[in-house]
Write a protein that binds this ligand. Structure first.
Ligand code: ADP
Length: 258
């Protein structure tokens, strides 16, 4: 369900994003309610990852406003009420965690250090406290017994589970997943989806998931958004989108991937 303006945790209003002459998002409006699990599906190149990267402040945008947890900002060069000052960007960043396709663990650090570094450096936690919480999170993703391993000693699925624990260690209000299983061998996909599934059901996290795993999107999402050419062509409850899409473009896409 899309909530009203006051309670939305994410709100894109009229956002435009261009890479040079390529317009990826045009007048993009999108809201997410706290605790909502939303999957973004659609053809490659339709702008899904760009939405996550803007939320993570990894990409600037040209027009419009983004609000996250009530903090709004507008990129320099735009005409809105907010500027993306460093302070704004930091406030936004502390609310959002991201799990990337390619894990992005620090290769020279053990599993435990990968999880504790940012909470110590950014949140100012004492090492003891950070380690205690990290061990809980590693336990939750089934990786506590590998705390002293280095990333190169782990499978892709194990690395991705550590990456999820690392993102959670920053206590984000919103967790973004960018095709978290697409770099994995097929036999390792299940363990990562299992962790995401349990997060989706047990925690009050807001989750935004870009995925090619249609069955999974159907199972864990409250809402599925079908993207095409930088627009949300159709969105709704997964049952409806997958079994009875209204738009021809959605039907074509689903037929091509299911
Ligand atoms: P999706 O996640 O749906 O596959 P993306 O958001 O990754 O789509 O990409 C949307 C469009 O933006 C694509 O045409 C892609 O080539 C382009 N794009 C993404 N990142 C960049 C970049 N850093 N520079 C130039 N073009 C980019």
């Amino acid at each position: 369900m899309t909530a009203n303006a006051q309670s939305d945790i994410i709100r894109f209003s009229n956002v435009s994003k261009r890479f040079g002459t390529l317009t990826v998002l045009q007048d993009f409006d999108f809201t997410v309610a706290p605790g909502e699990k939303v999957s973004l599906i659609g053809p490659s190149g339709s702008g899904k990852t760009t939405v996550l990267r803007i939320l993570m402040t990894l990409e600037p945008f040209q027009d419009g406003t983004l609000e996250l947890g009530g903090i709004g900002y507008h990129e320099p060069g735009g005409h809105g009420p907010f500027k993306a000052s460093e302070r704004h960007l930091r406030q936004i960043r502390t609310q959002v965690g991201m799990v990337f396709q390619s894990f992005n663990l620090f290769p020279h650090m053990t599993v435990l250090r990968n999880v504790v570094e940012a909470p110590i450096a950014v949140l100012g936690l004492k090492r003891e406290e950070a380690e205690c919480r990290a061990l809980d999170l590693l336990g939750m993703v089934g990786m506590a017994d590998k705390k002293d391993h280095f990333p190169s000693q782990l499978s892709g699925g194990q690395q991705q589970r550590v990456a999820i624990a690392r993102a959670l260690a920053m206590r984000p209000r919103v967790l973004l997943f960018d095709e978290p299983t697409s770099a994995l061998d097929p036999q390792l996909v299940g363990e990562v989806l299992g962790v995401i599934r349990s997060l989706a059901s047990e925690h009050d996290l807001t989750m935004l998931l870009v995925t090619h795993e249609m069955r999974f999107a159907r199972e864990v999402s409250d809402r599925v958004c079908f993207f095409d050419k930088g627009r949300i062509v159709e969105q709704g409850e997964p049952e409806r989108i997958f079994s009875n899409p209204e738009q021809a473009r959605t039907r074509e896409f689903l037929q091509s991937v299911l």
